[in-house]
Design a protein around this ligand. Structure first.
Ligand code: ATP
Ligand code: MG
Length: 587
């Protein structure tokens, strides 16, 4: 994947938008601009003072005043140093503040995007936008606009004072300018391309590492380490070679600039000395000019680099803005806010496709009365988990109607809708944090006592108490230091503490031992007690007592009824499924 180096909207438009996000930090911005202007006279004053000392004192042999001028030289130098400190610090602070705000904004934006966005965007992309790209935007401030402005002001001022001091010497120096400009231009273009390569290779390497490290177990199980190492070696080689290309241009450019400035210096001394001998150039000017030359060439040397960095920042900015402009939200136009649901759920001829084309649920109708339990069974991929996604409006349906308490689910605000529906997902996701934090999801209004009470009802208390530290046990990323059963129990407690009016339980497919199965069975019974529940079951033992069971096949309801009724249907799907499991259990 090649990254665009040229932003598609114009640079100025982008730049203005980037500058606009600095608006809350106007003060810092104007201070840094002001400093970049104020600092100029102090940085060019030094050669000027040297020239005065030579011309007014040394050449005519006048001693008094030399000390004063020398002291002035030191004072100017000190002021210069202090101002530079503030300039660097304030510019950096501005950049950091801007990107701190921007990161929050992007993060807030990303977490409200709808599920479809995450289905189609690699995780790495969202992370890159919030971290790397925003870091690059920092450079627009730290190395970009303001420092470039400062450099250009210095260049103009130096040229001015050089012309004032001696237009002859200035012209001599400027003979070398076309070479300098040409070299800078070529360098800028070349480095731009090589940076592009470096960035592409970094992206490749990140993608490779991220996936392999997350899937390290699979790599090791299949003994694929060697093959993966070879693949990594190749990627690593490309990355190094891209970097070396980049270094190559720097290695040529910087010595070339030295060369040009030395030639300029040599020309100046040669022709300048002749001018001095012919009384056309003062001796002081001859001494001061090498110093001016230094002030002139130093910014030029870095200007090309700074332009590139800024350009990269703008490219990154464009990508971040594009993300911020993505209005991929689930519409939240409902106005109904309720404290509780009675728990009546109705599906009327519901059809749904994730991609608007391949229907995953077809013409689904059922009704659950308050407090009733519905079980959904069916083979893998039949659309069971999808029902959760559409009831909580993670995706919107194409056809039909879903109602809760006789109101279309679109009539409720998203917050109100999701607040009162509890979901236990098929694959439990735990975050890095304590057991307590994972149960309350950082909602500090839920007390530890409440959590303990819920754990007791579920029957998870013994298991949690057995963990080192109990509720303070630190769960690692994705819950990798817990067993599947433990993770499941924690997710049940999580659902129970929120005390939802409608509970949806998507049972995990993984098989567990008989003892744990009994614990989980008990937990589920407690969880669905006294509330409308939808249970997506893989172990049919779980659902013997529910009010109705629907059997789903390729997104359609093929059978419905209670356990006994379904078993009576000789050629029914349910009977088949049941006998298959039964056969497993006695085998
Ligand atoms: P299992 O018993 O294995 O959990 P399921 O009945 O829960 O299966 P669903 O997860 O509802 O199955 O998936 C139903 C169909 O929808 C599958 O064909 C799947 O490929 C598709 N599907 C599921 N999630 C998405 C998604 N986010 N984007 C596109 N298609 C999806
Ligand atoms: Mg599922």
């Amino acid at each position: 994947m090649m990254q665009n180096i040229k932003p598609s909207s114009s640079d100025t438009t982008l730049l203005l938008r980037v500058l606009r996000i600095a608006r809350p930090f106007k003060n810092l911005f104007w201070w840094s601009i002001a400093l970049s202007i104020l600092i100029t006279p102090f940085s060019i004053a030094q050669p000027f003072i040297v020239q005065q000392i030579v011309d007014q004192h040394i050449v005519p042999g006048i001693k008094e005043g030399v000390l004063m001028l020398s002291l002035l030289y030191i004072v100017v130098l000190l002021i210069n140093v202090v101002m530079k400190y503030f300039f660097i610090y304030i510019t950096a602070k501005l950049g950091q503040n801007v990107i701190k705000d921007l990161r929050t904004k992007v993060y807030k934006h990303v977490i409200t995007l709808k599920s479809r966005y995450f289905d189609t965007t690699p995780i790495g992309t969202s992370t890159t936008r919030t971290i790397n790209d925003i870091e690059a935007i920092n450079n627009v401030f730290a190395q970009g606009v303001i420092t470039i402005t400062a450099d250009i002001i210095t260049l103009l001022a130096v040229t001015g004072i050089m012309l004032y001091t001696s237009w002859r010497l200035t012209l001599i120096v400027f003979i070398t300018m076309p070479f300098m400009i040409l070299a800078t231009y070529i360098f800028k273009e070349k480095v731009k391309i090589s940076y592009q390569k470096v960035r592409t290779q970094i992206a490749n390497m990140n993608a490779f590492l991220q996936e392999r490290i997350s899937g390290m177990k699979t790599v090791q199980i299949f003994n694929a380490e060697k093959k993966e190492s070879l693949a990594f070696r190749e990627i690593n080689r490309k990355y190094t070679s891209a970097n070396l290309d980049n270094v190559f241009y720097y290695a040529i450019f910087f010595p070339f600039v030295e060369l040009v400035s030395s030639v300029a210096l040599a020309l100046m001394i040669w022709l300048g000395a002749e001018g001095y001998l012919e009384d056309k150039v003062s001796f002081g000017a001859l001494v001061a000019f090498p110093l001016y030359l230094n002030l002139l060439f130093r910014p030029i040397r870095f200007l090309a680099d700074k332009f590139n960095t800024m350009q990269m920042g703008l490219v990154a900015a464009e990508r971040v803005f594009k993300l911020l402009d993505t209005k991929d939200f689930i519409e939240d136009k409902g106005e109904l806010v309720v404290d509780r649901f009675h728990g009546k759920v109705v599906f009327k001829n519901v059809s749904f496709a994730y991609d608007d084309e391949n229907y995953v649920l077809k013409n689904l109708s059922f009704q659950i009365n308050p407090g009733e339990k519905l079980a959904i069974v069916g083979s893998t991929g039949s659309g069971k988990s999808t029902i959760i996604n559409i009831l909580s409006r993670f995706y919107d349906i194409q056809d039909g109607k879903i109602q809760i308490d006789d109101q279309d689910i679109h009539a409720y605000t998203l917050q109100s809708l999701r607040d009162r529906i509890g979901i236990v997902l098929q694959d439990v996701f735990l975050f890095h944090g304590t057991v307590y934090e994972n149960i309350t999801l950082m909602d500090s209004s839920i007390s530890l006592d409440r959590v303990k009470e819920a754990a007791e009802i579920i029957g998870a208390d013994v298991y949690i108490d057995n963990l080192p530290g109990g509720y303070d046990f630190l769960i690692t990323e994705r819950g990798s230091n817990l067993s599947v059963g433990q993770r499941q129990l924690i997710s049940f407690v999580r659902a129970l503490v929120f005390d939802p009016d409608i509970l949806i339980l998507d049972e995990a497919t993984s098989s567990i031992d008989t003892e744990t199965e009994m614990v989980i069975q008990h937990a589920i019974e407690k969880l669905i007690e006294k509330r409308t529940s939808i249970i997506i079951a893989h172990r049919l033992s779980t659902i013997r007592n529910v009010d109705q069971i629907i059997v789903l096949d390729k997104g359609e309801i093929v059978e419905r009824g209670n356990h006994e009724a379904l078993l009576e249907n000789e050629n029914g799907h349910y009977k088949d499924l049941y006998e298959m499991q039964f056969a497993d259990e006695i085998a």
